[in-house]
Design a protein around this ligand. Sequence first.
Ligand code: COA
Ligand code: ZN
Length: 327
Amino acid sequence: MQSGHGKRLYLNEVSTRDGFQMESRFIPTDDKVAFINRLSDLGYAKIEVTSFTSAKAIPALQDGEAVMQRIARRPGVVYTALVPNARGAERALESRIEEFNVVMSTSETHNLVNLRMTREQSFRQLSEVITLAQSAKVPVNVSLSCVFGCPMEGEVPLEVVLGWIDRFAQRGVQGITLCDTTGMAYPTQVQEICATALLRQQALDFTAHFHNTRAMGLVNTLAAVESGIVRFDGSLGGIGGCPYAPGATGNVATEDVAHMLACIGYDTGLNLDGLIAAAAELEQLVEHALPAQVSRAGHRLTRHAPPPDFSAILSRAHERDILEAQP
Ligand code: COA
Ligand code: ZN
């Protein structure tokens, strides 16, 4: 493992989209706006604000327009949202979106379950969305689900993943997010897929998106960093998951990722104390404990007071020295 030597990495916050879509409590619009405004000051490169999906499919995010219109836009932060189809694209454009994050799965079964379309149908719809974005001069990122495996089909062959990356590259998108939708990725596989993708489509901005379902989120992040990926999705508190992917659980937690990368010497631009404070607010919003660890434990040099009887322990240790020194 190598030191980061101050290398810059770019963190995207997805808790208000990937996170909130999975919550049973509807987070009031005002609270969403206030929370996103708070996140804007913490050093993120990008915030995935919401999704423009059908209210039936994702009721938690049915207030996408209101949230997008009311947040304060901080220069230097890209405000993106998930867009599944042309109807979502029109809604997103009216809300002054700064990037379209379009989504489809590399697994036919997951695509049908999540988006009610075959992959070919999705690609045709997304091609229309890309045309719309290009005429409005809005960049497009494609989040490819199940790149590291599908909870219903098992392994997704690398050629299949690369085939979809190539097709979107030919359509002129700016970026691709390699999503581990249900935490099936493991480090050597991450290295193989990330290195192959980076080499094959050098003009694209790749992002890695890990879920911590099998406790491999952090080690997969390191594997991706060492393969040359510089953009990462994370969800504060480790909340999140696709409601249409069986067994899905939370994303890798932004504060856990930021803390690990800072220890190794990478520059994520993130304010760790600010993240920990924001995670405490998030816990109030979602009304349950968060799976993240650093927001509970604090950073590694967080100092705890010794126990109350510490001076007694110390004097006994000194007495022992005195006794042992006696002949
Ligand atoms: N925004 C708002 N409403 C939308 C919409 C959008 N982007 N797309 C479709 N709708 C509405 C339609 O108007 C229709 O409404 P009606 O029943 O009142 O007439 C209804 O949704 C169904 O439309 P249809 O075109 O038949 O879509 P569908 O039921 O096949 O759903 C998706 C397709 C993709 C829109 C829907 O499955 C979806 O939004 N999925 C989101 C998946 C997701 O975000 N997963 C987690 C992230 S990976
Ligand atoms: Zn996800």
